[in-house]
Design a protein around this ligand. Structure first.
Ligand code: 9WN
Length: 424
């Protein structure tokens, strides 16, 4: 297979971002995901910033224009009618304008906002005041609506909230949900992508059950977290939020928001505490934990290593975690698999149960290089370059042979190429 040059891939990446643009916001990919998704949109804005910084700020503003009164930035914003996706706005029934889904997604926005601000401070300064308050309200929503009393770990109340939908991390909690009756609905994802690469029907049944549960509460987020059928602490969300709070603090410093700074510092301390809760001495990694019964997931996911991205305070677990990382990375041709390739649940083509996801690689590599661990960081970047150069801009990739999987012409892969992986 011929490798493409960086220059021709730059052009292709820009073409993908432009063609997925839908008037002020950008789709992850056409047909499979025909709306605006929260964390996709933020990675996309980082890609857009490489060639059109005003358009990047517009992408960020458009996401937060749909923020809920209670502070939540939703995981999907349904601005147009698109019959190719299920579940659409009428199924979620959130009564928002524009219509949105009823849960959130990993809060990478503050980190991206700070990066784009630093790229051009004069342009960025005019957006910063307005966006700061929105980010602050969203982070506050996580720290109040997604914790249960006595704990500081942020829980996800739907696998979709983690952005890692069918990770084995949720299996134990998902299996416990008693859906009683079979729900009647038609999946549309399987008309775009082969079912071997997507979540199972039984998982989808649980996803829709959880959605219906949330709807019945009138999307009462505090209630859903405290009483609902699913609440799992996710290392992904916890580390991404920890990092985002550090970046939010830097923005607060730029804007002299002294009162907010006090509150953000408290959140930072809470997140360090949450990291302790997620540490598994058995697996020597940060592992998802069911908040209802404190059980750990049985395996390690790539998001354990987002502790580097979060720049977690050094702890006694440091050396053990580093050894885990080295093993985890060595075992597949392309790193980093989304789930431990030595675990019996590993599946190299099934969505979040094994494939490589470029966005997670990007965050982990950035974190490692901040720790001075440049060799591993460079290895991750070089694998990403090879995956894209050889196969193109896919949603995710097989860690054993590099094959592109899921959606093609994928926006966040194009964005990460432009912002980080391209040499030109
Ligand atoms: C549900 C858009 C999204 C990503 C998620 C990814 C996938 C949706 C789906 O696609 O999830 O939110 O229908 O499969 O898991 O991380 O944001 O790219």
């Amino acid at each position: 297979m011929k490798y493409k040059s960086d220059y021709s891939l730059d052009k292709e990446a820009i073409r993908i971002l432009r063609s997925n643009e839908w008037g002020g916001y950008t789709l992850p990919t056409q047909k499979l995901y025909p709306y605006q998704w929260n964390w996709d949109s933020m990675f996309i804005s980082l890609g857009l910033a490489q060639f059109d910084i005003n358009r990047a700020w517009l992408e960020i503003e458009s996401l937060f224009n749909s923020q809920w009164e209670n502070g939540m930035a939703a995981h999907i914003i349904f601005r147009n009618k698109a019959p190719t996706y299920f579940p659409g706005p009428e199924v979620w029934g959130t009564n928002q304008d524009p219509p949105t889904s009823g849960c959130s997604q990993p809060p990478i926005a503050a980190t991206i906002v700070l990066k784009i601000y630093k790229m051009n401070k004069i342009i960025g300064r005019s957006y910063l005041d307005n966006i700061f308050i929105k980010l602050y309200k969203w982070h506050k929503w996580f720290h109040t609506m997604r914790v249960i009393s006595g704990g500081h770990a942020i829980a996800i109340t739907h696998p979709w909230e983690s952005g890692r939908d069918n990770s084995p991390d949720w299996d134990e909690a998902i299996e416990k949900i008693n859906t009683k009756e079979e729900l009647i609905f038609t999946r549309l994802d399987l008309s775009h992508v082969d079912k071997s690469m997507r979540p199972s029907d039984s998982e989808y049944n649980k996803y829709i059950y959880l959605l219906e549960y949330g709807k019945k509460t009138g999307w009462d987020h505090a209630h859903i977290t405290r009483e609902g059928p699913f609440a799992v602490a996710d290392p992904g969300i916890n580390f991404i939020l920890l990092r985002a709070n550090k970046d939010l603090l830097s923005i607060a410093e730029i804007l002299n928001k002294d009162v907010h700074k006090v509150e953000i510092k408290k959140w930072l301390a809470y997140s360090e505490d949450a990291a302790n809760y997620l540490w598994s001495d058995t697996l020597k990694a940060y592992v998802a934990r069911n908040i209802r019964n404190n059980l750990y997931s049985t395996g390690i996911s790539n998001v354990s290593f987002l502790s580097y991205y979060a720049n977690l305070n050094k702890s006694e677990n440091e050396d053990d975690h580093y050894s885990t990382l080295i093993k985890f990375i060595k075992n597949t041709k392309y790193c980093i698999p989304s789930f431990d390739s030595k675990h019996h649940k590993f599946n190299p083509i099934k969505y979040w149960r094994g494939p490589v996801w470029i966005i997670i690689n990007y965050m982990i590599a950035e974190g490692l290089s901040n720790y001075g661990l440049n060799d591993i960081s460079n290895k991750i970047r070089s694998d990403v370059r090879n995956l894209i150069k050889k196969n193109g801009f896919y949603e995710y990739y097989n860690p054993l042979n590099g094959r592109g999987l899921g959606g093609n012409n994928f926006s966040w892969t194009a964005a990460i190429w432009l912002a980080w992986a391209s040499d030109s």
